[in-house]
Design a protein around this ligand. Structure first.
Ligand code: SAM
Length: 292
């Protein structure tokens, strides 16, 4: 043991006082958001939440997180824009085409054995991932027996998902992604272009429900055969990742599939043993259990 007062007592680096105060203010801001608006960001990875809230602080011309807290508590109009900073809305149709190709080639043959299906896209942003799955399921003859749920906490993203309208200049990338994912049709069959925007066909939404659901505070809402949740867990700390994987495990039917995409893994979560690895590269897992 190091004797008190010895030199080694001071060997660790204390953060500077201003940074410590900033951390206190950040904690209080997140607490205020939870208590007043029921948005709970306390389990998000601190470095990225701090970076994004610093950007928001600049945008709202606040000198400190305490000032930002004051603004958001007293002016409800601030919240929607602040949510845009707190949640990352980057997505694409058929983003990471190899993921969709793997679903198509290896998961779909299993899904074809089910008489009816439910699919849950958790953290669906403006609907890009969900529409990709609907198109893939249509091409594979599975759409008519499937219900699709797209959930997110960002109301603006959910509104855009409902609308299914994307800037036309994104379509070249979407089309290329779709082709590389093994698409069996031309993406242009699914949208109408006008006034710089591409409106996706309403028929794609006939079996789709978009809803507000938080992976942090809400519970399981349906039994599903496929959960796709990509580029969401990376923003959560280990405890929250565990909670969310537990939620997916409870909502999957026996031998249901969980697609996390190449950036995330089950390996370090408490539930790793409850799944088998189905596609190593694309991090697609299958829940263990006999029968269908
Ligand atoms: C980077 S986007 C990923 C979109 C899509 N899954 C993809 O991979 O292209 C992350 C999404 O997770 C959503 N999100 C963040 N926290 C969430 C939570 N607690 N519950 C549900 N969705 C959440 C964000 O609003 C955002 O739309």
């Amino acid at each position: 043991m190091i004797p008190p007062g010895s030199k080694a007592d001071f060997s660790f680096e204390e953060p500077p006082v201003t940074e410590k105060i900033e951390d206190i203010e950040l904690r209080l801001l997140l607490e205020a958001l939870r208590e007043h608006y029921h948005y709970d960001f306390r389990g998000y990875s601190p470095a990225s939440i701090k970076r994004r809230l610093r950007q928001a602080r600049v945008r709202f011309a606040c000198d400190s997180f305490s000032q930002l807290q004051d603004r958001v508590l007293h002016d409800t109009a601030v919240l929607p824009e602040l949510l845009g900073y707190l949640t990352v809305q980057v997505s694409e149709l058929f983003r990471d085409p190899a993921y969709f190709r793997t679903l198509r080639e290896t998961v779909v043959p299993h899904l074809k054995t089910y008489p009816s299906l439910k699919v849950w896209v958790a953290g669906c942003s403006a609907g890009e991932e969900l529409y990709s799955l609907v198109i893939l399921f249509r091409e594979e003859g599975l759409e008519d027996r499937t219900l699709f749920y797209g959930t997110d906490i960002n109301p603006d993203a959910l509104r855009r998902a409902e609308a299914g309208v994307y800037e036309l200049d994104r379509l070249q990338l979407f089309t290329e992604n779709h082709r590389r994912s093994g698409g069996k049709s031309s993406l242009s069959e699914y949208y109408t272009a006008a006034y710089g925007a591409a409106a996706f066909d309403k028929s794609l939404r006939k079996r789709v429900v978009f809803s507000d659901h938080s992976l942090v505070t809400d519970e399981v809402f349906a039994e599903v055969q496929l959960v796709s949740c990509r580029n969401v867990l990376i923003y959560f700390d280990r405890d929250l990742q565990n909670r969310v994987i537990g939620l997916f495990k409870d909502s999957l039917s026996r031998r249901g599939f969980l697609g996390l995409g190449s950036k995330e893994s089950l390996r370090f979560t408490t539930y790793a043993d409850e799944f088998s690895e189905f596609s190593r590269n694309e991090r697609i897992y299958q829940k263990k259990g006999g029968g269908l």
